[in-house]
Ligand binder design. Structure first.
Ligand code: HEM
Length: 587
């Protein structure tokens, strides 16, 4: 930009300069404009606009005033330059108001519109080859097609999977296209694609707006994933009795077992039970039962999704501003610090002195031990990390358990066979991790609800951080969001026979005790046809912990309660608002 500006400047000062060469100058400027329109964006538009003002001044007042702009010592990029110059050159100063008006009316506005149109046309055309589902295809602005649409993503993805079985399609989100893949071959390619091509982290950063909801530090170094994957999973056997103890106490508080039917707002009760059970393992007692600490974790979890969804309503250029004003990171971390800061500081001192007689066995301690460097081993950094793990664990586990319980309340005839299984297994193994491994019917029931209902219709969201081409030639331009349609797989009769029917024991029925197929069929065993926890290198590291928690809750429930829907046999439309009737087990 500077180069062509100086080129024009030289041209301007050349003996040949003047009104008679106006046409030549105009042409040069126009060519430069069009070239730079293609190449520059955002900040560069300012340079472009500034140069354009010079051009307009040139046309209006001749070379003298226009040249003043170039005689400034400051580079042309700097926006205040015209103001500085105009204060030293009186003629120029008189023309300033006119310049500002010209700048906005003739330059910034039209160029801005041109830029947006060019950008949107180009990005839309790049995806033209992928069929569209949902609102009709509107060239230029994908966000237009989402306006006025009341259909949710689940509905659109269901339609896409019906229309393009084993294929690929796109639908319009507010500010971008979302590509959905249901072809198993292409799904395998998404799983194999490296992080620097199809990025899980970038997709998460965008969908959860992590910078403003979770904080930069946690996201920059995800060492907590290894802690969840390794010490947490390894210690499940040892910690299961604590988990069980906590969930029994939490159930007694949240769903008292009475002789008469009592209506319970399901999601609220389950979230509290999940939060308590998880935090018994994450931070131990007494903190794991502290109502204020639990409330903070639940609120943080909900806020992350709410704030991210609010920020994502704005175009990406405005998100940093909206994010700055809506961010909950400082407030939540400060509040969590009040609860956790003292305990963590104590443990850090113990660590320094090498003086812990009875080393703590909880997530907080494993994080302290695994922190890569002192920057991550401060109370504040550890507090943020514990909040984040709570966020990852609470929402997902609550939704999965609530969905399964809604199905059980709608089909209470399955309570008896489940009870029989739990009774037999617990009689032989007690309330242990080993017992949970043998609850094939319980596992199958939960897995089947994940299949027919599930938390979402698409999983494994990735952002193309480079252009990417599938083996069938489908081109995915850089910046596009891609995900996998679980709906298409789960409703495919070839993969799940009689796929439209809810058959809670379909996986348990396939279990062959002689061949030990239980593990392969378990809900935690991910694969190309089983994706609620993802699959491959980013598969959920917390799924083992979550599965023991959900199964233990389910087993405790069937052993101690009867349950049904208010309108018997009716399935709750939305587990987030479901109310279920519970009473103490009668038989
Ligand atoms: C039923 C409960 C859960 C479900 C359905 C679930 C589901 C998922 C899914 C779909 C992913 C993304 C996978 C991908 O895109 O490839 C994920 C990632 C993750 N989950 Fe879970 N999750 C659950 C419970 C948990 C729990 C209890 C924890 C922690 C204790 C946890 C921690 C994580 C973490 C840290 C990641 C990021 C993994 C990575 O970046 O590689 N999740 N989970």
């Amino acid at each position: 930009m500077r180069q062509w500006s100086y080129a024009i400047y030289n041209l301007e000062r050349s003996p040949a300069a003047g009104g008679r060469h106006c046409a030549r100058h105009s042409l040069t400027l126009l060519i430069s404009f069009s070239v730079h329109c293609q190449c520059y964006c955002g900040f560069h538009m300012l340079r472009l606009s500034y140069a354009a003002v010079i051009f307009l001044r040139y046309l209006k007042y001749g070379s003298e005033h226009a040249a003043l702009y170039f005689s400034a010592p400051s580079p042309i990029i700097s926006c205040p330059a015209p103001l500085a110059i105009s204060s030293t050159h009186s003629k120029s100063s008189r023309l300033l108001n006119m310049d500002v008006f010209l700048l906005y009316s003739h330059v910034i506005l039209p160029l801005g519109i041109c830029y947006i149109v060019v950008y949107l046309v180009r990005s839309t055309l790049k995806l033209y080859h992928i069929p569209t589902v949902g609102r009709p295809f509107v060239p230029l602005l994908s966000s237009f097609s989402v306006l006025g649409s009341r259909r949710d993503h689940k509905d659109i993805i269901r339609e896409g999977c019906r229309k393009y079985k084993n294929g690929i399609f796109k639908f319009a989100e507010r500010h971008q296209w979302h590509i959905v893949v249901s072809d198993p071959r292409l799904i395998a390619e998404i799983i194999r694609a490296p992080e620097n091509v199809l990025s899980f982290n970038e997709a998460t950063a965008q969908s959860l707006q992590t910078k403003y909801t979770i904080g930069r530090e946690v996201f920059e170094n995800g060492y907590h994933k290894s802690v969840v994957r390794s010490p947490l999973t390894r210690n499940l056997g040892v910690l299961f009795p604590d988990m069980h103890d906590e969930l029994v106490a939490a159930f007694a508080d949240e769903i008292p077992a009475r002789d008469k039917w009592t209506k319970v707002f399901l999601i609220q009760a389950i979230m509290q039970i999940v939060c308590r059970t998880s935090n018994r393992v994450f931070v131990g007692l007494p903190l794991g039962r502290d109502p204020a600490y639990l409330a903070l974790n639940k609120r943080f979890t909900i806020e992350v999704f709410q704030i991210a969804s609010f920020i994502n309503k704005f175009p990406s250029i405005l998100r940093p501003f909206v994010g700055m004003f809506t961010s909950n990171v400082q407030r939540s971390t400060a509040e969590a610090f009040e609860h956790l800061g003292g305990v963590i500081a104590e443990r850090l001192t113990e660590r320094e002195n090498g003086s812990w007689p009875d080393k703590h066995n909880d997530l907080m301690q494993w994080l302290i031990d695994a922190a890569p460097g002192e920057k991550h081993r401060t109370p504040r950094a550890l507090v943020a990390r514990i909040l984040t793990i709570n966020m990852a664990a609470i929402h997902t586990t609550t939704m999965t358990s609530s969905q399964a319980l809604c199905y059980l309340a709608a089909y209470p005839e399955y309570i008896q066979p489940l009870r029989e299984e739990v009774e037999a297994v617990v009689r032989d193994n007690g309330w242990t991790k080993e017992a949970m491994d043998k609850l094939y019917k319980v596992d199958s029931f939960i897995k089947e609800t994940q299949r027919v209902k599930g938390m979402s219709s698409a999983s494994m969201m990735r952002k193309a951080v480079q252009n990417f081409t599938f083996s069938d030639g489908t081109f995915i331009p850089k910046g596009t969001i891609v995900s996998v349609a679980m709906e298409g797989i789960y409703k495919d009769d070839d993969i799940y026979p009689d796929a439209q029917t809810f058959r809670p024991f379909r996986f348990a029925d396939m279990h062959d005790p002689d061949n030990g197929t239980g593990e392969q069929l378990s809900m935690v065993n991910t694969g190309i046809n089983w994706l609620p926890f993802g699959h491959g290198k980013h598969a959920c590291p917390g799924r083992f912990f979550a599965s023991y928690e959900v199964k233990a809750m389910f087993a405790h429930l069937v052993m101690n309660y009867d349950m049904k829907m208010e309108k018997e046999g009716e399935l709750a439309q939305d587990e987030r608002s479901a109310q279920i009737l519970f009473r103490k087990r009668q038989r």
